[in-house]
Design a protein around this ligand. Structure first.
Ligand code: SDX
Length: 436
């Protein structure tokens, strides 16, 4: 980052002397006002709940232009990566900063695909849960349990151990996700098949059984691989910010990732794909296309508490580029499965059409986000609704661990400790219970 020649001046109407702050420039995107000395110089904090106008860090991983609907991973447009690269190539790019050449990729693939097994005892951690536990509750626990099973890679200041943790997380997340799924349906775990591709191996662990040979459909494998790429990274979203804040205490990377999994589960964030499909299923059950208009009117009524799940975004005030690619993938998968007339897909298209024309949605710049079509395509792939956010977490692990690494190696990083505007009671006397 560079310091602008210009400054920001803060002046007060109560006669307090004005204060100047540096303006820092990134490579693209909005400049930032460096207010790190604000409290020392003015005795005041800024107030920005939800961080609508606050940059929490400097990062070179991902750039989003919400007005242009642009998403770059290490400078490459998501549209190009989704077409030209496998998800593991994108993982290499996001973590190391460059796309691998053929030999680098073969070495990386071999490394990841030979760390896919989890400690055999981890199965007993899963067995401690009820069978009907939500898989995200199980996955949160399994991710955190890696700190117990892999104590030899907890030194966050060791570059070697940082990289070992990275490989273990990327390699074992699919195995842990499939363990949560198999446990929930009462089937035995399927061990990883290291001779399969990363995504074909995940589908094998999810859908194969010991009783018969399972060969993943290559069209569906490619579709799911692209879904992983679309979910891989997204700058300082809620779960990534959680990973950074949690990791800033110096805790293990596994613990920080577990915090990210926990945050992603929320319906306002990664849980929206499950919530969106449930919304479509409920409209379908209520009458389908004939009920779309009524539903869209209900959404406008603030008292209804109803939101159009899969729509809207804090940053994108134009189309989420991932939603467009997800819609294309959706069409491909539905065609491959012979589900071109899938009623939920038709319902989704009808909702999208209204939202793009109705002034309520247009004024609020509510466009489909990555979660809108994700549920439909995952359902067509045979992934149950309760597993949608686990799939999101599997893919987002590369973004979380890469942002964690960027923070840990930054000489400027320190523990995150926001301040507050106190609105509680001023000091008062505590009386013993005999006098209360
Ligand atoms: C993800 O941050 C990321 O990058 C996240 C993510 C990633 O890759 O990590 O992109 C993944 O989380 C995508 C978002 C998934 N969530 C949903 O689809 C849930 C539904 N959408 C929302 O609840 C909402 O749009 C958010 C949470 C995504 C964004 O909320 P904001 O930016 O805080 O916006 P807001 O709630 O202040 O809404 C602004 C206005 C409000 O109306 P007014 O008060 O101005 O009249 O838009 C309305 C809201 O009521 N609004 C919606 C709406 N989203 C916003 N109205 C109906 N349906 C919606 N979905």
């Amino acid at each position: 980052m560079n310091e602008s020649e210009h400054k920001a001046t803060l002046s007060f109407s109560d006669g307090t002397p004005s204060v100047e702050f540096p303006i820092l420039k990134g490579s693209i995107g909005p400049d930032v006002i460096d207010i790190r000395k604000l409290y020392a110089q003015t005795g005041k904090f800024t107030y920005d709940t939800g961080f609508l106008s606050t940059a929490s860090c400097a990062s070179s991983v991902t750039y989003i232009d919400g007005d242009q609907g642009q998403l770059l991973y290490r400078g490459y447009p998501i549209e190009q990566l989704a077409v030209h690269c496998e998800f593991l190539e994108v993982c290499y790019l996001i973590y190391y900063g460059e796309l691998p050449n053929a030999s680098q990729f073969e070495e990386f693939k071999h490394l990841v695909m030979h760390h896919t097994m989890v400690h055999e005892q981890m199965q007993f951690a899963v067995r401690g849960f009820r069978r009907d536990s939500h898989p995200m509750a199980v996955l949160t626990s399994l991710a955190g349990s890696m700190a117990a099973f892999y104590p030899d890679s907890l030194d966050i200041n060791s570059p070697e151990q940082q990289d070992i943790s990275f490989i273990r997380l990327i390699a074992k997340m699919p195995t842990m996700v499939s363990m949560a799924y198999k446990y929930s349906i009462g089937q035995p775990n399927m061990y990883p098949q290291n001779d399969l591709s990363y995504t074909a191996n995940f589908m094998h662990m999810m859908f194969a059984t010991p009783c018969e040979k399972y060969t993943p459909n290559p069209v569906l494998v490619r579709a799911l691989d692209r879904i992983f790429t679309l979910h891989a990274e997204h700058e300082q979203n809620a779960s990534t910010s959680t990973v950074r804040l949690c990791g800033s205490s110096g805790t293990s990377p596994f613990s920080a990732i577990a915090a990210g999994v926990a945050c992603l589960w929320g319906p306002a964030h990664g849980g929206a794909n499950q919530a969106c499909l449930e919304m479509l299923e409920s409209i379908q059950a209520d009458g389908g296309l004939a009920k779309v208009g009524e539903y869209m009117e209900k959404v406008k009524d603030k008292n209804s508490g109803v939101r159009l799940m899969g729509f809207g975004h804090r940053v994108y005030k134009n189309f989420d580029p991932r939603a467009k690619l997800m819609q294309e993938t959706c069409r491909e998968v539905l065609a491959e499965m012979g589900l071109e007339n899938d009623p939920l897909f038709k319902l989704a298209m009808a909702l999208e059409k209204i939202a793009l024309e109705d002034s309520y949605y247009v004024e609020r710049k509510l466009y489909p986000n990555v979660d809108f079509y994700s549920g439909i395509v995952q359902r067509a792939l045979g992934i149950p609704t309760s597993m949608f956010t686990c799939v999101f977490a599997l893919a987002r692990t590369i973004g979380w661990v890469s942002q964690w690494k960027e923070m840990i190696v930054d000489p400027e990083y320190k523990i995150g400790r926001p301040r507050q505007l106190y609105t509680g009671l001023t000091q008062r006397q505590a009386m013993p219970i005999s006098q209360r």
